[in-house]
Design a protein around this ligand. Structure first.
Ligand SMILES: Nc1ncnc2c1ncn2[C@@H]1O[C@H](COP(=O)(O)OP(=O)(O)O)[C@@H](O)[C@H]1O
Ligand SMILES: [Mg+2]
Length: 420
């Protein structure tokens, strides 16, 4: 039989350690050791090499936090879950900053422990996959900024649908940040009515012990959304460096922070580009859009954004477009990383406030969003029967090398669940 994953218990109180030790066998995990605080804990945990460390957050809190910090330093790969009988946000925040990955409220129940252990190991697995060099995102929360040099080219459509795909298809925790400082509509695209906006989140950031997450709204997929204020004038109070700090803070709490932007190069957009680990740069196949991209590319380069952080995404927003990806690549001088084909179901689900990955999971666009979320997460693609049209597009998606010309895609209307 395979060895059960091991849990190491750290708690200043020996009785508490004993009680938790009795619970662990009911969770399907095994106890790999236990200890009090301080250097003893660090030495014993290192010796035992557990899969997860469970640590009691109680008086003396400062010593517990110090112990968490030392263990996290010695074993950076091993997740630490803390438990406490108070949900005091300030104490939890200290533990998280010291290196804890999760918090449980005690008294602990076997079911609750089992769920937390499994979720933690799954998150760890994903982190490893990303670290294994086949993911663009990197081991920590990634900030992905969706940019494009104008409005109406599908930025919000891409941001919202990709965000839901990250949660549903790639199993990532994701927050969608609406940084469109003209008329942000990311929450509305997913029929989410926010109670608070990111302006409230920024205020929290300035409060001692405040948590940016209190401003988030949630989509039924579990996707978190930081909405734009309804009144665009409120953006005037936003300082670019505080906004960036908010993005970095969220990146410590979510696997993916996906930022939707306006089609201009204002201060907020610049801040979102600067903070990005990766920029998904959207263009449509028409001359005006490609020309605007070129101009914006020059501007963005002069701001110091390196080309290796940019991935071009071609979005075919109209069935009228004659698509020749090679010509577009020649014009922008960079390869196309991904293509979203024209799909009338995409427009339709947008109007109904649905994500296409939920409403029409077999449609061309839904597959392209799902595949993109998995490719960016370093996960293998889900195999499916390939029809002619999906082959034409998916054979290009994700490839950075210069592709051959695809004359046969000219003027073809793709999508419509053609190869479902
Ligand atoms: N690939 C596509 N196929 C069909 N319609 C699309 C596609 N991409 C975007 N659209 C539609 O184009 C319109 C503008 O998209 P939107 O995401 O709001 O653009 P932006 O955020 O760049 O202003 C929306 O009605 C959307 O449904
Ligand atoms: Mg938009």
């Amino acid at each position: 039989m395979a060895k059960l994953p091991g849990i190491f218990i750290v708690d200043p109180d020996p009785d508490a350690r004993y009680q938790i030790q009795q619970l662990i066998p009911q969770t399907g995990f095994a106890v790999s050791g236990q200890s009090g605080l301080g250097t003893e804990a660090v030495a014993q945990v290192t010796e035992a090499g557990p899969d997860i460390i469970l640590c009691g957050l109680k008086e003396p809190v400062a010593r517990v936090v110090q112990t968490i910090e030392s263990i996290a330093y010695a074993l950076p790969e091993t997740p630490i879950i803390v438990y406490a009988d108070t949900a005091d946000l300030d104490i939890i925040r200290k533990a998280m900053l010291a290196g804890a990955r999760n918090f449980l409220e005690s008294p602990l129940q076997p079911d609750q422990l089992k769920r937390a252990f499994s979720a933690t190991l799954e998150a760890e697995e994903r982190r490893h996959l990303r670290q294994a060099n086949n993911s663009i995102l990197g081991p920590h929360g990634a900030i992905i900024t969706v940019f494009g040099a104008k409005g109406g080219i599908g930025k919000t459509t891409l941001a919202a649908n990709l965000a839901v795909a990250f949660v549903r298809q790639a199993g990532q925790s994701c927050v969608l940040v609406d940084a469109d400082d003209s008329f942000g509509d990311a929450a509305a695209t997913l029929a989410v009515t926010p109670e608070q906006t990111l302006i409230d989140g920024l205020r929290e950031l300035d409060n001692e012990g405040g948590d940016v997450r209190s401003c988030l709204s949630y989509h039924n997929s579990g996707l978190a959304i930081a909405s734009a204020p309804e009144d665009p004038l409120q953006w005037r109070q936003v300082k670019a460096n505080r906004f960036q700090e908010m993005l970095h803070q969220l990146a410590r709490q979510f696997d993916v922070v996906l930022v939707d932007t306006a089609g201009t190069l204002g201060e907020v957009t610049q801040a979102a580009l600067e903070a990005a680990s990766l920029v998904l740069w959207l263009t449509t196949p028409d001359y005006a859009s490609v020309r605007d991209s070129l101009q914006a590319l020059r501007a963005v380069r002069s701001l110091g954004l390196a080309d290796d952080r940019i991935r071009f995404v071609l979005n075919v927003t109209s069935p009228e477009f004659a698509v020749n990806p090679a010509t577009i690549e020649d014009a922008i001088g960079m390869p196309l990383f991904w293509t979203i084909s024209y799909d009338r179901l995409l427009r339709q689900s947008g109007l109904l406030g649905q994500a296409i990955v939920d409403a029409h999971p077999n449609s061309a666009a839904a597959r392209q969003f799902s595949d993109l979320s998995r490719v960016l997460s370093g996960l293998p693609l889900v195999p499916r029967k390939a029809g002619l049209l999906s082959r034409v597009f998916s054979s290009r998606n994700g490839k950075a090398e210069k592709p051959e010309k695809l004359e046969e895609t000219k003027g073809i209307e793709v999508g419509e669940e053609a190869s479902a």
